[in-house]
Design a protein around this ligand. Structure first.
Ligand SMILES: Nc1ncnc2c1ncn2[C@@H]1O[C@H](COP(=O)(O)OP(=O)(O)OP(=O)(O)O)[C@@H](O)[C@H]1O
Ligand SMILES: [Mg+2]
Length: 485
């Protein structure tokens, strides 16, 4: 039974960095043996619309757990190139291949240095981007991924560490014995989810895949949540990514895909308040209200939130209706062919109402004060999640045990987790505390999981594939790959 107004305890995993030499020590002590540790080191290099990140992870191949070694975060606007740009962010920061490569190189090198490792120590690098807004076709995103590769090369990563290994000889000698590549191969399934067949559905598809896998890994660190299929994942970056899976075996199918805007909405709300080119919520030091809100404050927050919501569309994207949602290229026809429901958030029609949001934000600050920004932004994120999950429910995409995972600053900061739990409990008619997980940096954890899948490093005693309550699907995978299922 859910209770209205009850104090809730969100399952929230915050990133804690562990220095490489400390990690080595921790793993040794915990096992009480002195053998060489099978640690798989991966880098997730992400060019986001607001931030560019290099996050280094170390996965213990015996337990399957992923530790964050270090992360370097820069503002993507640092790579502004007005001369030679071939793409731009949601807020029109023009980027060129060289400006992206330079920022990526520096970010990657900075993270390695502070983690206490060298670039050659990396076993694998995964590149991803949310910068898709300037493209008219989904395939054009490949150009950004190439620019990211250039940056990694400049930092000293050889090309073979950026692609799936073809044979066991391509795996670092000390890790070879943990690979099951002799028995199974990488068939595209990541953490037990098979991507939709056919053409890409959204331009930031890889983000959806990585965050879903990463949230599955993150859930291993929090109590009581078996976040395996069926799941619904949401990445509230500047843009929105995420997926809904069913409970198929050995692999689940993707039945829903999220797209459009996330943090770009609060960015617009604060844009006339922040004194900065290409303004972001990150430029403000938002204070969440600690004291209980009195009646007048609640009314102000809900009044402004409702006003903003009048300009925000959260809906199923129908085939033939539109080729972009919130600036992000989508292919609703491909979604329909693959049996995937596309659900998007937009401000009007393809960003058209963002200026209106900026006006409302300025009015809020002028009339009520800056201290209202955080509560309104938090409430708004809660309403958006409620509506997204509501559409998924109406479309019949949720199973009775579908778990929900949320990552990205625009979805997990401030009071958002408590508000989201409250609204989801009400929407779904049950207490959701143990059915929702919130995590920092899920995408980077997902990059480590993708690397593991590509190398066929499994941990049968602690599986992240398969469905809730059941064991490892290795046997079923072997049968499927031999054509016996
Ligand atoms: N306290 C907050 N409340 C709401 N939104 C926030 C808050 N702090 C940051 N954000 C928003 O989160 C976004 C940045 O998050 P993140 O770094 O995950 O995005 P990104 O990776 O750059 O974007 P994408 O992956 O969509 O390209 C920005 O839009 C920023 O305004
Ligand atoms: Mg991102």
């Amino acid at each position: 039974m859910w209770l209205f107004g009850k104090k809730r305890h969100p399952r929230l995993l915050k990133t804690q960095k562990v220095n490489y030499s400390d990690l080595f020590f921790i793993l040794r002590l915990s096992r009480g043996d002195l053998t060489l540790k099978p640690i798989f080191i991966a880098a997730s290099v992400e060019l986001g619309n607001s931030t560019t990140k290099s996050i280094l992870t170390a996965t213990d191949l015996k337990s399957g757990k992923t530790y964050i070694l270090d992360k370097a975060v820069r503002m993507t606007r640092e790579a502004l190139d007005t001369g030679d740009s071939f793409c731009h962010t949601i807020t029109n920061v023009g980027l060129s291949e060289d400006s992206i490569a330079e920022l990526v190189k520096e970010t990657l090198q900075e993270s390695a240095k502070s983690a206490g490792i060298t670039i050659p120590d990396l076993h694998f690098v995964v590149r991803s981007t949310g910068v898709t807004a300037s493209f008219s076709k989904i395939e054009e995103v490949e150009g950004v991924i190439k620019a990211l590769a250039k940056g990694c090369l400049l930092a000293g990563v050889p090309p073979r560490k950026m692609i799936s290994p073809m044979s066991v000889d391509n795996i670092a000698p000390e890790l070879r014995k943990f690979s099951r590549m002799e028995k199974t191969y990488f068939d595209g399934a990541v953490a037990g989810n098979l991507p939709p067949a056919g053409e890409s559905i959204v331009a930031n598809e890889m983000e959806g895949e990585l965050v879903t896998a990463g949230l599955k890994e993150a859930a291993k660190w929090v109590d009581d949540v078996d976040f395996r299929n069926p799941v619904l994942s949401l990445d509230f970056g500047t843009t929105l990514a995420g997926r809904i899976s069913d409970d198929g075996l050995p692999y689940a199918r993707v039945v829903g895909n999220f797209c459009g805007l996330a943090g770009a909405i609060p960015d617009a709300i604060v844009s006339q308040v922040v004194r900065q080119d290409y303004p972001s919520v990150l430029d403000l030091h938002l204070q969440s209200q600690k004291k209980r809100r009195v009646k007048k404050e609640k009314e102000v927050v809900s009044g402004y939130t409702e006003e903003i919501l009048r300009f925000i569309r959260v809906e199923k994207v129908k085939n033939g209706a539109r080729s972009r949602v919130g600036g992000v290229p989508v292919n609703a026809g491909a979604a329909e062919k693959s049996g995937v429901v596309l659900i998007g958030i937009d401000a009007g029609e393809n960003l058209s109402e963002l200026p209106k949001l900026a006006e409302i934000g300025a009015e809020l600050v002028k009339e009520e004060g800056e201290q209202y920004l955080a509560p309104v932004i938090d409430e708004l994120a809660g309403c958006e999640v409620e509506r997204l999950v509501g559409v998924a429910k109406e479309e019949g995409l949720l199973l009775p045990n579908t778990k929900i995972g949320i990552t990205g600053r625009a979805g997990i900061t401030g009071k958002k987790p408590e508000i989201i739990l409250e609204k989801l409990s009400k929407l779904l008619g049950r207490e959701m505390e143990k059915e929702v997980i919130f995590a920092d940096d899920a995408l980077a954890r997902g990059a480590a999981v993708l690397g593991k899948c590509m190398h066929q490093f499994g941990t049968p005693q602690n599986p992240i594939g398969g469905i809730q309550g059941q064991g490892c699907v290795f046997g079923k995978r072997v049968k499927k790959q031999k054509g016996r299922v």
